[in-house]
Write a protein that binds this ligand. Structure first.
Ligand code: ATR
Length: 271
């Protein structure tokens, strides 16, 4: 019986995935070991996966910076993982490493269908940042029918996403954000600005279309200054905690076959 699960990455110390998965393991009385966090250097990922295979691991979550490497090490990948060339979920079967990516579905499920219809479908969406999270989110937004504009400090990273995903979207510089805000229905911050006392001043919320929706992927702090500023100007706001929980829920379902509950008790235990 394959019993172990864990998250691998570097750094991984601050990951709250163990709290989420262990809460559900207990709640659903699943007879598996504790979900762990394991810090790994790039050079050690391959041998660790081989070890997991023989040590009867059931699955792993993969976080930065190993998502692309883990994709390369998989024997089989889901269509979403193939498209993104990156994975966040590994499942060990009899003799195969199977890769999946639950980030896009986690993002989609974190937004109510009402808000998807109101702010995303056929609407203009600004995604700030062009790292791994932005890649998943831009692709998912396209699937949801949004017209995406991507702005990043390093502009050629936006071009790279466009090429590798083979999709079409607009690109603008961080300096040009102000000039397009009046047409934007939904803003997603995927940059790390707002963590560790840094501030995100990339959006002047006075210029943003009235009653827009502003999403910051950061969940610690719970309310970044970015979200506080947006809310003060009357925009609807959301942090990244729901996405984190919902991508975990999708991994949990893959491994254990159970749709876990997103209870208030769980959310309270994470805040
Ligand atoms: P993740 O996997 O969470 O997306 P990442 O791949 O490290 O993390 O991406 C971080 C993003 O934050 C990038 O878009 C980065 O911009 P660059 O591509 O120019 O590096 C952005 N970012 C980080 N610090 C920033 C800063 N001080 N100003 C603007 N953007 C910043």
């Amino acid at each position: 019986m394959r019993n172990n699960t864990a998250v691998i990455g570097q750094p991984v110390e601050h990951s709250i995935s163990p709290k989420i998965h262990n809460f559900w393991i207990k709640e659903n009385r699943i007879e598996v070991g504790e979900y762990k966090k394991i810090s790994l250097n790039k050079e050690d990922v391959k041998s660790f996966l081989e070890k997991c295979m023989v040590e009867n691991y059931r699955g792993l979550n993969v976080t930065v910076p190993h998502k692309e490497l883990a994709f390369e090490l998989c024997d089989q990948a889901s269509p979403m993982a193939e498209k993104l060339q990156a994975i966040n979920t590994i499942t060990f079967s009899e003799n195969k490493i199977i890769g999946d990516n639950t980030d896009p579905i986690g993002f989609k499920n974190s937004i109510s269908s009402n808000n998807q219809a109101k702010y995303i479908e056929n609407k203009k969406v600004l995604v700030i940042g062009a790292g791994g999270s932005a890649r998943s989110i831009i692709y998912q937004l396209q699937l949801m029918g949004a017209n995406v504009v991507n702005a990043n400090r390093t502009e050629n990273k936006s071009e790279k996403i466009k090429k590798s995903l083979n999709i079409n979207f607009d690109i603008c510089s961080l300096q040009d954000i102000s000039s397009i805000l009046k047409e934007i229905d939904f803003v997603v911050n995927t940059t790390s600005l707002g963590i560790n006392g840094t501030n995100n001043n990339l959006v002047d919320f006075d210029l943003l279309k009235e009653n827009s929706y502003v999403y910051d992927l950061i969940y610690n702090p719970k309310r970044t200054q970015f979200l506080i500023n947006a809310e003060q100007k009357g925009h609807q706001v959301q942090n990244g905690l729901q996405m984190l929980i919902l991508q975990a829920a999708a991994s949990f379902k893959i491994w254990h076959g159970i749709d876990p509950q997103i209870s208030d008790q769980l959310i309270k235990s994470l805040e």
